[in-house]
Design a protein around this ligand. Structure first.
Ligand code: NAD
Length: 472
């Protein structure tokens, strides 16, 4: 695939400071499809300097003008929708139909939402004898993962740009091609030079340099809790703002009286989409003892409909995982589940039939999982579902809240009021009630170790603003 051999800094593609490159691999067949430059601290510094120089001008731009540029960005992404889908399918391995709908569709929606918010948001309000201004935080360092590669870029860059901040992005090393495509879209949308900058590179070098750069005012990170903790510590020591979107181990709580068939089917789909590589995936399915066996059967039947297949084929529902490292990690968890006594219903650690090349994991369902098992506590980030039995609602709540995470969840009950009463007691940032749809304007983010801060909608915009009060 086509790739730039430089960095997008100060409005142009410029040669990287070093000669190292990162190979981009198609996870379905392990072929190298492109190479991008591996940025160094020098590239990061050049990008931060460009962002700093562009800040006063962009921060002073009327919101309507920022909205116009964001609308143009939305349109540039929409024009290249099919190319985005194909790029994400090639570098992440997501099935093409899912790439079109989610990996391409969602960022277009989110970019559009921030075009509208830039125009309508109250950047100024009167409080008694004060006028309170919402001003941009400054230069934003954005570090993003590979699992929803364009969505996670847009969920940071769009609100930052709407707020009047300037941005340096360090995308994940596995999925840099869609990040380059995004930089092209920013360029086409006519943002002033330096307002958005891209440095590709590996986490411990380029990511670390960006997180630690003294001229970055806010670091927004999505990824693993281990790296997030480190970035939080660095930012805390420098007294700079930080937003962290980390892992999850979300519970799908099916209460007595719920439509079991629907709850299990939607629950399985929620985990297997994107090969289980979704931080908000409902990887723990909690079912009451009376209907547990029926739920296990339903889950096995639902998982059987996700045969691993060529992600470029429009009918495929389950692709590979992103890399050999992830495949080995997920396999390790499956082996651990078996060792600790969970009952393997379908799937398992071996590569699916006929899929020796590429990073494949069969859809895997575990029954008889107890809350203390590793597979019930740690984020697996693969197509693996754990069914956990509970005796009563109080126990279901204890299990649902019994991990270090709190990102998302679902509750199914005979009626919404029962589900809402349960959801209000869950220690988690988002809960879908009886199959409620994803809302790209609703605040997204974690309780507990799932993170700090919120993305999307007005809450996401507020992350990039700081307040100033003038008294009269
Ligand atoms: P990661 O946290 O290592 O990588 C995420 C981003 O951080 C990438 O851009 C990476 O280059 C960068 N990075 C890595 N080390 C860094 C450092 N020292 N300083 C600054 N930036 C750094 O995640 P991963 O290795 O790609 O995935 C590992 C696990 O993380 C997954 O298995 C999953 O459990 C979790 N994860 C969660 C999410 C999420 O959305 N919450 C996304 C991806 C991965």
């Amino acid at each position: 695939m086509k790739a730039h051999d430089g960095m997008y800094i100060d409005g142009a593609w410029r040669p990287a400071a070093g000669a190292d490159t990162i190979e981009v691999v198609n996870p379905a067949d392990e072929r190298v499809i492109a190479a991008v430059p591996a940025g160094t601290a020098e590239d990061v510094d050049a990008a931060v300097r460009a962002a700093r120089a562009a800040l006063p001008g962009w921060a002073a731009t009327p919101p309507a003008e920022r909205a116009a540029r964001l609308t143009a960005l939305r349109d540039a992404l929409a024009e290249r929708r099919e190319e985005i889908a194909e790029t994400v399918t090639a570098e992440l391995g997501a099935p093409l139909a899912f790439s079109r709908a989610v990996h391409a569709g969602l960022p277009i929606t989110v970019a559009g939402s921030y075009a509208r918010l830039a125009e309508s948001y109250a950047f100024e309000e009167t409080v008694g004898n004060s006028t309170v201004f919402q001003e941009p935080v400054g230069v934003v360092g954005a570090i993003t993962p590979w699992n929803y590669p364009l969505h996670q870029i847009v969920a940071k860059a769009a609100p930052a740009l709407a707020a009047g901040c300037t941005v340096v992005l360090k995308p994940a090393e596995n999925t840099p091609l869609v990040a380059q495509l995004f930089a092209e879209a920013v360029d086409a949308a006519g943002f002033p030079a330096g307002v958005f900058n891209l440095v590709t590179g590996v986490g411990p070098v380029a990511g670390e340099a960006l997180a630690a750069h003294e001229d970055v005012d806010l670091v927004s990170f999505t990824g693993s809790t281990a790296v997030g903790r480190r970035i939080g510590a660095t930012a805390g020591a420098a007294v700079k703002r930080v937003a962290l979107e980390l892992g999850g181990k979300s519970a799908n709580v099916i209460l007595p009286g719920a439509d079991l068939a629907k709850a299990v089917k939607v629950g399985v789909a929620n985990v297997l989409a994107n090969s289980g590589q979704t931080c908000s995936a409902w990887t723990r399915m909690l079912v009451d003892a009376d209907r547990y066996d029926e739920a296990v059967e339903l889950a096995a039947a639902a998982a059987a409909k996700y045969a691993p297949g060529d992600p470029a084929d429009e009918t495929t529902r389950l692709g590979p995982v992103v890399s050999a490292i992830q495949r080995d990690r997920v396999r390790g968890y499956i082996e651990r589940g078996v060792e600790e006594g969970a009952r393997l219903i379908t799937g398992g650690p071996r590569a699916p039939e006929g899929r020796e090349d590429g990073y494949w994991i069969a859809p895997t369902v575990f029954a008889d999982v107890t809350p203390d098992m590793t597979i019930a506590q740690e984020e697996i980030f693969g197509p693996v579902i754990s069914l956990i039995r509970y005796r009563d609602e109080e126990e279901a709540l204890r299990i649902a809240n019994g991990t270090v995470y709190g990102l998302a969840g679902a509750v199914w009950a005979a009626d919404d009021a029962t589900a809402v009463a349960f959801a209000r007691r869950m220690d988690t940032g988002q809960v879908d009630i009886n199959g409620g749809r994803f809302n790209p304007l609703a605040p997204f983010g974690g309780y507990k170790q799932s993170g700090v801060g919120r993305e999307l909608g007005t809450h996401g915009l507020a992350e990039y603003l700081q307040t100033k009060s003038l008294q009269f």
